[in-house]
Design a protein around this ligand. Structure first.
Ligand code: HAM
Length: 429
């Protein structure tokens, strides 16, 4: 280590090619959000702590232990956003968007912050891409949203994914369920971790998403939310299932799935992978029909999901960008102007190119062109400058030709086409 400054644990510098992979995932997500007619919203990274406490719930892991909270110089308690949904509802209400048009479809891509123990697939700053539909209760929206999530995951070729769904009811039927769950949990209290023991009274649903093996085993016979749904919730859940069935989607009904945030109601879902140990959810979401109300608005049903960009990145091979198409080598100071003009013409034609500044000899420039895995070099020496041409050399086989300045773009396209028509490797190996 040659620097006394280090980044904070769980906060990572992300270099190429990982950064390119994340960009690739985000681009695919954006592409599908746009296709489904979602509009982008960018909310602040910092919000009043109270928003998350109210929105996500006091008895949740996120609010109890994972928020980055501090007082600013005005003595106001602020927190780095641990997720996007609460901020979105805040923005929806703050700007009276609910009054102009209650139906909104928004997406977001950006960093979230949780003070969790860092491990594979779990960071303190991580990136999510998510979407939210506000103002619609129709179960077909649930189906559409789960289908959208699946399409993104499939397009990214994330293999080994299971879609889990459940319904956790509404304020009408949840109390009966919570009561039954509490009674059951009290019978197995001794087998639960300290957090879960405490939560039997404060937030019993959370016991079901405790990740400790002891708690998972002890609660294997816990009452199921779906056995306590009121008729409206049951009808809604059945409609979601038959919608998924009609699209021939594979999914599993997971009675233990309750999600770790308190705002959910009715449909909840997670996309889990078999390849990632404990951090196995790559995408998760559900309905939150009462959050807008809880934060001060009128009753507004809503649903959404967020995907963990880094977790997906661990599971896929993104196409990597190859080296530049052309590496331009000006052999003398006076050739730099022409190098720049040629580079601009290449770029206008969509050809990726780089100019070999910073290297002193042709040998070192050729070496750099090689190291960058360039397809070709365009050399500009004294003769080339005087007579209005460049020497273009394909690096994979050393094929070389003189190309008139005016023909440079088409000549490059020609030698590229020639290489792909033959069995030449696209780049020098
Ligand atoms: P969540 O389940 O807390 O839901 O997070 C969604 C996804 O973010 C997870 O499935 C996971 O892939 C990723 N994730 C969460 N924590 C970490 C971490 N520490 N490191 C890396 N990745 C992580 C929400 O955040 C809800 N706001 C989703 C939602 C939107 N529900 C309705 N609308």
């Amino acid at each position: 280590m040659n620097n006394k400054f280090q980044s904070i644990r769980g906060f990572n510098d992300i270099f190429y090619p990982e950064s390119y992979k994340l960009q690739y995932i985000e681009n695919i997500a954006r592409q599908y959000f746009n296709l489904y007619n979602f509009k982008e919203i960018r909310t602040p990274l910092l919000e009043k702590t109270e928003l998350f406490v109210r929105g996500i719930g006091t008895g949740t892991d996120i609010v109890e232990k994972e928020m980055y909270t501090f007082e600013d110089s005005n003595g106001e308690s602020l927190s780095l956003r641990p997720e996007g949904t609460a901020s979105i509802v805040r923005a929806y209400l703050e700007h009276s968007i609910d009054k102009q048009d209650p139906i909104q479809k928004w997406f977001y891509v950006g960093p979230m912050f949780r003070h969790e123990r860092p491990q594979k697939g779990r960071f303190r700053q991580f990136y999510q891409a998510g979407c939210e539909v506000l103002g619609i209760a129709d179960p077909f929206v649930d189906v559409e949203i789960i289908k959208l999530a699946q399409t993104i995951i499939d397009t990214l070729s994330v293999n080994g994914i299971t879609i889990r769904i459940n319904s956790i009811g509404c304020p009408n039927c949840r109390p009966q369920y919570t009561q039954a769950l509490k009674s059951y949990l009290n019978t197995i209290k001794d087998k639960l971790c300290d957090d879960c023991k405490r939560r039997i009274d404060t937030n019993p649903l959370r016991v079901l998403d405790c990740k400790k093996h002891g708690c998972i085993a002890a609660t294997s016979n816990a009452p199921k939310t779906i056995d306590y749904l009121c008729s409206d919730c049951l009808t809604h859940f059945n409609a979601v299932k038959s919608g998924l069935d009609s699209l021939k989607m594979d999914y599993l009904i997971d009675a233990r799935l309750v999600r770790g945030l308190d705002y959910y109601s009715r449909t909840v879902f997670e996309f889990t992978t078999e390849y990632m140990g404990a951090q196995n959810a790559v995408l998760a979401g559900g309905r939150y029909d009462y959050l807008v109300e809880l934060l001060g608005g009128a009753h507004t049903p809503a649903i959404g999901f967020a995907m963990g960009i880094e977790r997906i990145s661990e599971l896929i091979h993104a196409p990597s960008i190859e080296g530049p198409d052309v590496f331009i080598i000006p052999l003398l100071e006076e050739a730099k102007q022409k190098a720049l003009e040629i580079a601009l013409r290449f770029r206008e034609a969509g050809t990726i190119c780089e100019i070999g500044y910073g290297e002193k000899t042709i040998k070192s420039m050729m070496r750099r062109a090689d190291r960058l895995k360039s397809f070709a070099v365009a050399i500009i020496g004294k003769d080339e400058l005087k007579e209005g041409y460049v020497t273009m050399k394909r690096l994979s086989d050393g094929h070389q030709e003189k190309v008139k300045d005016s023909d440079i773009v088409s000549a490059f396209q020609h030698i590229k086409k020639e290489a792909s028509a033959s069995s030449l490797p696209a780049r020098s190996e």
